[in-house]
Design a protein around this ligand. Structure first.
Ligand code: FE2
Length: 91
């Protein structure tokens, strides 16, 4: 299992989320799920940002445009999740 977690970062997020969910009280579970998904989105943001920088350096303008479009979607999703989390906490 540890070998698999290192090979697949998203598997590590899922594993950590399962542990956090198991340890949380039932009243906090929605918040834990949203926080876990938000953490995964931030990982995806860093992946796209890390791909855009070398693609720009190589002059791969088509690839940069596609990666930027994906990054924009991740930013949108992250903002939506943050809004849902704020609504949940302030409800
Ligand atoms: Fe995403």
């Amino acid at each position: 299992m540890a070998q698999q977690k290192l090979a697949d970062p998203t598997a590590l997020f899922h594993y950590q989320s399962k542990i956090a969910l198991a340890k949380s009280t039932p009243t906090l579970r929605d918040q834990v799920v949203l926080s876990s998904v938000l953490g995964n989105e931030h990982f995806e943001l860093s992946v796209y940002e890390s791909l855009i920088v070398p693609a720009e350096a190589l002059g791969l303008t088509d690839a940069v445009a596609l990666l930027q479009a994906n990054l924009d979607q991740e930013v949108y999703t992250s903002d939506e999740l943050r809004t849902r989390l704020q609504e949940l906490v302030h409800a």
